[in-house]
Write a protein that binds this ligand. Structure first.
Ligand code: GSH
Length: 293
């Protein structure tokens, strides 16, 4: 077995793949690819492995596999005899696929549409900080001439020019996050340990990474409140697994932390109150529907 992973510490999709590798008890050589701050993902060599210029990419015996979900499927199939079974047969496949769509980082979907894309959206203030480590001219050159996802190019350039995301984007992402958190709380209503019930699956690998991002972006009050009791318990379960440390905490580059501290000091995300306003509104709405039944 000769596995190599290309990824970045503070990347949601890389974290998903590393959590899965840890759950499958697989070891690998790790290659750190800096994203916005250095643009390693835009160089020619890396593009040969991942034509979309995205991380992560797994190379298994010389065979490159881009995309976090494809990586999970590949290792689950090839190394089926070890670790957790990430794509079990004995689950409701419709529910599983719906949840997978909800958690995946799908570059073809609009920001905010799913929990996966919302995790990208709430990270925008940090992506901008990373872009601002480089001159505007080098960002324009790199993204225009080298990035294969053309619709992302003007967005990155605009963010670099503005120096911070537009308030409207931050607000929209916060509101979408509230909606998706309510969806998770409802999905966990079965009161079992994992999203699909008693069995740990690929959905939980993805959720570990997504909820870590929620915490990292200082929205951690959602895990402390008794208003979302199932989410609170679920996060406790996921963050206490070895794969959280082995797949996420051990790989943090440290590039983000000082910037997060500059943005929020010791406190919560600037939009935490808006998040709670929306959560409370949605919870009340649900309560009213239940009492009117
Ligand atoms: N569908 C892909 C999405 C990967 C993705 O969006 N990766 C982000 C980091 S989390 C990235 O490489 N961004 C760099 C860029 O867009 O330039 C996957 O799940 O692997």
């Amino acid at each position: 077995m000769n596995l190599e992973l290309y990824g970045y510490g503070e990347s949601v999709a890389s974290n998903m793949a590393r959590v899965a590798l840890s759950e499958k008890k697989l070891t690998y050589k790790y290659n750190l690819i800096y994203l916005e701050s250095k643009g390693d993902h835009l160089n020619k060599e890396y593009k040969k492995l991942n034509p979309k210029n995205l991380v992560p990419t797994l190379v298994d015996d010389g065979n490159p596999i881009p995309d976090s979900i494809q990586i999970m499927r590949h290792i689950d199939q090839k190394y089926s005899h070890q670790g957790e079974e990430l794509f079990p047969n004995n689950v409701d496949i419709n529910v599983f696929d719906k949840l997978l769509d909800f958690v995946a980082l799908d570059e073809n979907k609009d920001l905010g549409d799913t929990l996966g894309t919302t995790a990208g959206g709430i990270s925008a203030p940090l992506l901008v900080k990373m872009l601002c480590k480089r001159s505007l001219i080098s960002i324009i050159w790199d993204y225009v001439t080298k990035h294969s996802i053309k619709k992302r190019v003007p967005i990155f350039i605009l963010l670099r020019i503005l120096g911070k995301p537009p308030t409207s984007l931050n607000k929209k992402m916060t509101i979408m996050l509230a909606q998706h958190l309510i969806t998770i709380e409802a999905a966990l209503n079965h009161q079992k340990e994992f999203m699909m019930g008693d069995k740990y699956t690929a959905i939980d690998c993805c959720m570990t990474s997504l909820l870590h991002r929620v915490q990292e972006m200082r929205f951690s009050s959602v895990f402390e409140s008794n208003k979302l009791p199932y989410l609170k318990k679920y996060w406790e379960t996921l963050s206490n697994r070895n794969s959280y440390k082995e797949g996420i905490l051990d790989y943090v580059t440290g590039e983000w932390e000082p910037e997060i501290n500059k943005l929020y000091g010791d406190g919560a995300n600037t939009y935490n109150d808006l998040l709670w306003e929306e959560l409370n509104r949605l919870l009340k709405e649900k309560e009213n529907v239940t009492t009117n039944l």
